[in-house]
Design a binder for this molecule. Structure first.
Ligand SMILES: Nc1ncnc2c1ncn2[C@@H]1O[C@H](COP(=O)(O)OP(=O)(O)OP(=O)(O)O)[C@@H](O)[C@H]1O
Ligand SMILES: [Zn+2]
Ligand SMILES: [Zn+2]
Length: 806
């Protein structure tokens, strides 16, 4: 008999990061199972919170009297045992709270909001009574007026009022009404014969019902009303007379419904290279082997067709498939390809969908109605069973790593689940991450290669343009003469061009030309970024927003201007230099609205523009046959960043964007404008030489003791008081030196790259190591010691394999 539920409560703190025992009330015996969300009373007083049942047991571990579960929030578990175990593993490997991991894995719709209301307390006063009378149903949230909330606080302190907590479950299932005929066609005929002659509407309803009964149709109410011209009142009358019933049925919000209508695409005949890649992966699918593969395939080598055929093999073997792509909203073409092949067996999960749409796609997966998931990072947690293959496209992409707790990498999650399911993992990229390529070198991953483009198309010729003398030779604004001429030639031939403005490590800011003042965020130590669409300055970290000043706040001069090359500025110069060119701009501003990317790409695909100008988001995945020119306006803004991966990122970006040119019959050409023409990242990109870049970069990393030769972990401390933060980080550095072997290297402590964020001061250190069994336990100790007990106001963050050291 299980009488005890072990619950992880929704109180994300170090002290509460463990299961608590609750008694299962007799009425719920046998019904509460792991993976269900419950509502419990927690701690002293009346505080009620939600939680997740992670186990049920016959005997409690806790010696005292157990509190009972107050309510069950789910009728069926929302996490199966594989996912519950995964959440625990995630918490341990990322040093995040277990509850935070659980919440990350569930769709936002399944989050429980707590609603705080007030009621009379144990010592009621007249003031409290009149306050409640004046504000019935008052909810304590951020919308509450400040004086009122001060009054509430004062009365709560005097126990005249108490705060009550209630759950508000956001999960809403969408339903639609359907007409269900209740009688036989003959019975409807009889009813019609008995009608008064002028009951036209009712006669029409009976005719429609006869039809539906004959064809066993149960039409949706709204469409039935529209198609038949019947009124809702007539239908209601029909219900009264017992002719029909209305049934509310659950429907899915299907974000890609229009794609599901189209006929499915047929598999292409694989090239010999593609077939050689597909074969071992399919063999691993069929033999249930958890083998990782790295597919290194040049741009346009047909990696997508490989993925599709591997997925087809998994489905044919009766198993399901997961495919991750980087922030999918950026690659609508990929969704079209997968949906096009497998139709509504595919569920799509990405941040561009509404919460409701995501929830519905999640449930289709959970119920096994969808057997393939295509999604961004968090789709790694899709609630599927029996997964037969995992695919990660563009595996080098940094968006696979989450910045906030839990700081997980989707690749690690996938590798872990692949072990559980006995399934291969296929990592694909034209520019694999150094880490993955190094693992393939050591045989940890099986290396597969597609060295040629489909149809024996050559990779495009790449010209490097030295911008240091471009202006002497007639360059204008941001354009060198050769790039301008190439653009003109494409215009004349009716071909298309893609122009990349590299925005990495770069932003538009406002500066005074008189005194040099830069407008800073009041909460964070960084400059505000200019947004021309809203005509405001914004902080990208805390969201602070203010109008663009017309006079310098410091010296009063009117010479306050913005600096930096933005896409809008380049667009304006293009209009001047090439007035005939039709330009489409793709950046954060033009794609903010839902479906924005999709619209721009569709317009470009339909030749509604000659030039697609954009930031990083145009660099990967796009496959447009008429693009024969790619121009990179500024190749090197990222090279100067204090980041040991700066070269790798620049090489990746240039290789990926160059790969957009000449993918079909017409051959392509690429122009890269740079101030560092001799830099090896640019040189290797010019020759599409990933292997060459890999070897040279490995030497650089070896020399600097960087990954993949060393593992790294970043430790961050923040506090509102700068001295407190600094003191703690130095103490922790000392503690780590004591605990770790002499081979471990501790970099820092240093102030964070952004020294103050959201009004908290940040200090950090980075540990580099090869083999440190004591590190994990020591970091656990640090977390416990710094975040429980008497220490107040510290945040300690741990980031394993951080993507930047700054
Ligand atoms: N076996 C095949 N036969 C004919 N055409 C193919 C075949 N495989 C792929 N293609 C076509 O080749 C083009 C390039 O393929 P795809 O977009 O999959 O390349 P990729 O390797 O994913 O490139 P990138 O890394 O640049 O995204 C596509 O238009 C695709 O339809
Ligand atoms: Zn800020
Ligand atoms: Zn000034």
């Amino acid at each position: 008999m299980t009488t005890v539920a072990k619950v992880i409560v929704d109180v994300p703190t170090m002290q509460t990061d463990q299961p608590y025992d609750y008694a299962i009330p007799a009425a719920l015996t046998g019904q509460v199972v792991p993976g269900m969300r419950v509502w419990v009373q927690f701690g002293q007083g009346t505080r009620e919170v939600s939680g997740m049942v992670v186990a049920t047991e016959a005997q409690p571990d806790y010696a005292g009297t157990l509190k009972p579960l107050l309510a069950v929030l789910d009728y069926a578990p929302v996490m199966n045992s594989e996912l519950l175990k995964l959440s625990h593993w995630l918490a341990q490997t990322t040093y995040a709270f277990w509850i935070t991991c659980i919440q990350t894995m569930l769709p936002a719709m399944l989050k429980v909001d707590t609603v705080k209301t007030v009621a009379l307390g144990p010592k009621p006063t007249a003031e409290a009574e009149s306050l409640l009378a004046a504000h019935p149903g008052m909810v304590l949230d951020q919308h509450l007026d400040a004086t009122l909330s001060a009054q509430v606080l004062r009365l709560v302190a005097k126990q005249a009022l108490t705060i009550q907590y209630q759950s508000r479950d956001r999960a809403k299932v969408k339903t639609q009404n359907y007409i269900v005929p209740s009688l036989t066609p003959a019975a409807y005929q009889a009813e019609a014969a008995a009608l008064r002659a002028n009951a036209k509407q009712q006669r029409a309803l009976l005719e429609a019902l006869t039809q539906w009964a004959q064809t066993h149709t149960e039409p949706a109410l709204t469409t039935a009303l529209k198609d038949s011209g019947l009124s809702r009142a007539t239908v209601n009358a029909g219900v009264q007379k017992g002719w029909l019933t209305l049934a509310a049925r659950e429907i899915y919000r299907a974000p890609y419904a229009q794609l599901d209508q189209q006929p499915l695409t047929q598999p292409l005949t694989l090239t010999a290279d593609q077939a050689a890649v597909v074969k071992p992966v399919v063999a691993a699918v069929e033999s249930h082997t958890a083998q990782p593969f790295l597919l290194e395939g040049v741009t346009g080598s047909g990696k997508t067709e490989v993925y599709l055929q591997v997925i087809a093999a998994a489905l044919a073997a009766g198993r399901n498939a997961m495919m991750l792509v980087p922030e999918i909203a950026l690659t609508p073409q990929m969704v079209h390809r997968v949906k096009g092949r497998f139709g509504d067996a595919v569920a799509v999960l990405h941040s561009g969908l509404s919460e409701g749409e995501k929830f519905d796609e999640w449930r289709r997966l959970e119920r096994g109605e969808a057997r393939v998931v295509v999604g961004a990072r968090s789709a790694a947690f899709a609630p599927m069973t029996n997964i037969g293959v995992f695919i990660i496209d563009e595996e080098h992409e940094t968006s696979y790593k989450q910045d906030d707790a839990p700081r997980y990498h989707a690749r690690d999650v996938v590798m872990h689940r692949a072990q559980t399911f006995g399934a291969p993992v296929l990592l694909g990229s034209a520019t694999p991450s150094l880490e993955s390529r190094a693992r393939a070198e050591k045989g940890v991953y099986t290396l597969l290669r597609l060295p040629e483009r489909i149809n024996d198309q050559p990779l495009p010729a790449v010209h490097i343009i030295d911008m240091r003398d471009a202006y002497k030779q007639g360059g204008k604004d941001d354009f060198s003469q050769p790039l301008l001429q190439a653009l003109q030639a494409r215009l004349a031939r009716g071909e298309q061009s893609v122009l990349l403005l590299n925005r990495r490590g770069f932003s538009s800011f406002v500066m005074c030309r008189e005194c040099g003042y830069r407008v800073q965020c009041p909460n964070c130590d960084i400059s505000l970024t200019l947004h021309m669409d809203t005509h405001t300055l914004k902080c990208h970290y805390c969201g602070h927003e203010e109008p663009i000043p017309t006079v310098c706040p410091k010296c009063g001069s009117r010479k306050i201007r913005y600096y930096g090359t933005g896409t809008q500025k380049v667009e304006a110069s293009l209009h001047q230099l090439l007035p005939a060119a039709r330009v489409l701009r793709m950046d954060v501003d033009t794609t903010r609205r839902k479906g924005g990317h999709e619209k721009i790409l569709a317009a470009f695909g339909a030749h509604e523009a000659d030039i697609l100008l954009g930031t990083q988001m145009i660099a990967k995945g796009l496959d447009f046959p008429d693009v024969t020119l790619v121009g990179v306006i500024n190749a090197d803004t990222g090279l100067g960043m204090p980041d040991f991966r700066a070269s790798e990122r620049t090489f990746d970006l240039l290789t990926q964007v160059a790969g957009r040119a000449g993918r079909a019959e017409k051959s392509g050409e690429v122009f890269i404008q740079t101030f560092n023409p001799e830099h090896y990242a640019i040189q290797y990109a010019q020759h599409h030489d990933y292997e060459g870049f890999f070897r040279q970069e490995m030497v650089t990393r070896h020399r600097g003791d960087y990954p993949p030769y060393y593992f790294t972990t970043k430790l961050t401390v923040s506090h509102q008081n700068e001295e407190a933060a600094a003191k703690l980080i130095y103490q922790l550095a000392k503690q780590l030196h004591g605990a770790l072997s002499p081979q471990a290297i501790v970099l820092g402590p240093t102030p964070g790259a952004i020294a103050r964020l959201k009004n908290r001061y940040i200090y950090q250190l980075v540990i580099k190591y090869k083999h440190e069994p004591e590190l994990g336990p020591e970091l656990d100790r640090i977390l416990t010691e710094t975040q429980t007990g008497t220490r107040k106001g510290y945040f300690v963050g741990i980031d394993r394999e951080p993507l930047t050291f700054i």
